[in-house]
Design a protein around this ligand. Structure first.
Ligand code: C5P
Length: 221
């Protein structure tokens, strides 16, 4: 058995939520804990890879041996990924990236308006899709780069995951049901790819699941 199947490989991951600022003290985020991405980063290091992690805000300790860069917004995450994508052999986008950011975040803390009828309006703008841009980069400019995405869905997992293989130009999409994975220490994953039948993994602790995902990908890419 090869215990270091990723020796000599460079792996880049995104993990955690993003934080889209509204003003200096407020923002919009989501309930991603970062556990799955951090587990994958740790497992990749244990399997011999040189690992970089670009992380949104999480409460987790940085994984041992892993170069970790902290970012807040989707745009910062995109820039951090593209700053080092050219050297990579494997990209795994695990972060729960906000689809939209706030268009004109305020430089000052916004004050409450006392007009009962006024409510609050905010303008949003579409964020870059990091995984899709990496998929595009791999298919146009770096064929040796393996691209892996995640699909956390609340329904129709097979259909949405298969669709993402195309829309993101990903070699693999790892699917799970959001309601059972978010924040949990266990996860039940299925690995989708173009050529192979879906590979269903039993409910596993996230570090074990991470090892299983990386073994499968390294064997089939
Ligand atoms: O369909 P959805 O965009 O939610 O697909 C999720 C996958 O895409 C995840 O791998 C996530 O990390 C990635 N993604 C991204 N940038 C975005 C949105 C999603 O990298 N702006």
């Amino acid at each position: 058995v090869n215990h270091k199947p990723l020796a000599g490989k460079k792996v880049l991951l995104t993990a955690g939520p993003t934080f889209e600022a509204i003003d200096p003290v407020r923002g919009i985020t989501n309930r991603s804990s970062g556990k799955m991405g951090y587990a994958l980063a740790q497992a990749a290091w244990l399997m011999g890879a040189d690992v970089s992690l670009v992380s949104g805000p999480t409460a987790l300790p940085t994984p041992y041996g892993v170069r970790t860069v902290s970012v807040q917004s989707a745009r910062q995450m995109h820039a951090a990924v593209f700053g080092q994508i050219e050297q990579q052999d494997l990209f795994i986008g695990v972060a729960a990236v906000a689809d939209y950011g706030i268009k004109n975040p305020s430089a000052q803390k916004q004050k409450k308006q006392h007009d009962q009828a006024a409510g609050l309006n905010m303008e949003f703008e579409l964020n870059p899709d990091i995984l899709a841009d990496v998929g595009e980069f791999a298919s146009d400019q770096k064929k040796s780069l393996t691209v892996v995405g995640f699909a956390a869905e609340t329904e129709n997992l097979d259909e949405y995951a298969n669709r993402k293989l195309d829309s993101k130009k990903a070699h693999f999409i790892v699917g799970n049901l959001a309601q059972q994975a978010l924040g949990s220490d266990q996860t039940e994953l299925t690995i989708y790819s173009k050529k192979l039948p879906p590979e269903y993994l039993a409910s596993l602790d996230k570090l074990q699941a991470a090892r299983a995902v990386l073994s499968f990908i390294s064997k089939h890419s």
